[in-house]
Design a protein. Structure first.
Length: 446
């Protein structure tokens, strides 16, 4: 899909440019040394753009220092400020970095004031050559929009279009857009609607793709690959972020794979495919487990999401970590990957569905360890949607349709949510997983 070209520091997104790989630090931005070190590692791992959270005005200064230290080392990767709940911070950050991400759902409570503040932000961006990402998330749609359109892909598209209209009214086009959701179906539909609307309107802004709160491990990778590849295969998407609840360095190889594959520099290792009565039998000769998993997710994610297929059987071989060739035909591993793929495409749920944020400078506890423990203790709760979120500021709003949520409050305390309602507050961290599982089990027993 042809888009306008947007300049972000020394980079250009959209137009005829390739698919850029980006990620986000999970350090505290106020810890300048740790943030510089992580940015350096992410850059060396291949990140082409790096985002850091800016929870307070004081941290705008930290951001300036981080960016300057990287420039002094000759690292010219564009730096992005991630701003929630404060238009003032967004305006201040716009003179410090190459791009500011705002969330329309929480830019300003009052819509009219939001318009005025956005115009101020645009002025500063014009003055400094800064780009803006209108970064809308399914979980944080404002009430004004959901009252009108429900919590739907259409609502996401409509909400973003209001902000893109504000950009054009202010004659500002240095803009990238995202419409992320943890639910791959909602995410893909929202981006498709937006792409069609922008084409109809005649100005197509570049799109940043991502499945938000995808979790970690194989499931996080498969879910991300399913959603992102479905869109890239249709020519929708100009930059990708794979959000994993892991070290952000781990996100880069997955994002790079997606960029290479849909930039036509990489082909699937599938060697044959038979389809009969909605069931595909796919044979692979994959050089590694990771490659098998990503090829499989990209080859079949879109077809499952779009209900072109109902089932996929995985056959063939892959090379394991010790260099041995493993046979997939009828194996437990092939069945597991097929189950994970069906769940990522929301066609069959064989275990609980997890929503977990990747963590950022707002996270106040060991998110990855906690998430792994929650998964272990709730593995039998098939059908439940369980969220593990890093902070109380953004976590509850971003949990979208979770049945239960574990939300870090800071200071060693946790809030437990049932749907959108906090049912327990200030639970000590070492008791919180036990309380969460007790609550779910007693609700199931009712
Ligand atoms: S929910 Fe997670 S990723 Fe989002 S702001 Fe909070 S800690 Fe950061």
């Amino acid at each position: 899909m042809e888009t306008i070209e947007v300049k972000i520091g020394n980079l250009a997104i959209g137009g005829r440019n390739g698919i850029l790989v980006q990620t986000m630090c999970n350090t505290h931005t106020s810890d300048v040394d740790a943030s510089i070190a992580q940015c350096r590692r992410l850059y060396e791992a291949g990140a082409e753009m790096i985002r850091l959270t800016v929870p307070s005005l004081e941290q705008v200064e930290s951001l300036r220092r981080i960016r300057q230290a990287l420039r002094d080392e000759g690292i010219d990767v564009p730096i992005v400020a991630d701003v929630h709940f404060s238009s003032e911070i967004a305006i201040a950050a716009a003179s410090a970095v190459e791009k500011v991400r705002i969330n329309p759902g929480n830019f300003h409570k009052d819509h009219e004031k939001a318009r005025a503040q956005f115009a101020k932000l645009v002025e500063v961006c014009k003055e400094h050559g800064t780009a803006i990402r209108i970064g809308l998330n399914h979980g944080s749609l404002g009430e004004r929009i959901t009252n009108k359109y429900g919590n739907t892909p259409l609502a996401m598209k409509e909400a973003v279009m209001e902000w893109l209209d504000m950009c054009t009214e202010n004659n500002f086009y240095n803009v990238v857009v995202s419409l992320k959701a943890s639910n791959t179906y909602i995410m893909v539909e929202a981006y498709r609607l937006l792409a069609a609307q922008m084409q109809a309107n005649g100005t197509v802004f570049p799109l940043h793709l991502g499945v938000t709160e995808a979790g970690n491990g194989d499931s996080g990778r498969i879910k991300s690959a399913v959603g992102i590849s479905a869109l890239l295969s249709e020519g929708i998407g100009n930059t990708v972020r794979v959000s994993l609840t892991e070290d952000p360095e781990n996100e880069i190889p997955v994002a790079r794979y997606l960029s290479d594959r849909y930039g036509r520099r990489l082909h699937s290792t599938m060697t044959s495919l038979k389809i009969e009565n909605g069931c595909a039998t796919a044979t692979y000769m994959a050089p590694s487990k990771e490659r098998l998993m990503l090829d499989f997710a990209c080859d079949f994610g879109k077809r499952l999401l779009d209900k072109e297929l109902d089932e996929v059987i995985l056959c063939g071989t892959y090379v394991d970590e010790d260099g041995r060739t493993q046979n997939l035909d009828g194996s437990e591993y092939a069945a597991y990957l097929a189950d994970e793929l069906m769940q990522a495409a929301r066609r069959r749920f064989y275990r609980p569905e997890y929503i977990a944020c990747p963590g950022c400078g707002r996270t106040m506890y060991n998110l990855e360890k906690t998430f792994n423990e929650v998964k272990q203790r709730t593995a039998h709760m098939k059908g439940m949607v369980i969220a593990v979120m890093g902070c109380i500021v953004n976590g509850p709003g971003e949990m979208a349709d979770a049945d239960w949520g574990y939300v870090g409050e800071g200071n060693g305390k946790v809030s437990i949510y049932k749907g959108r309602t906090p049912v327990l507050r200030h639970v000590p961290e070492d008791e919180a997983i036990g309380k969460l599982t007790e609550l779910i089990e007693s609700a199931q027993a009712e």
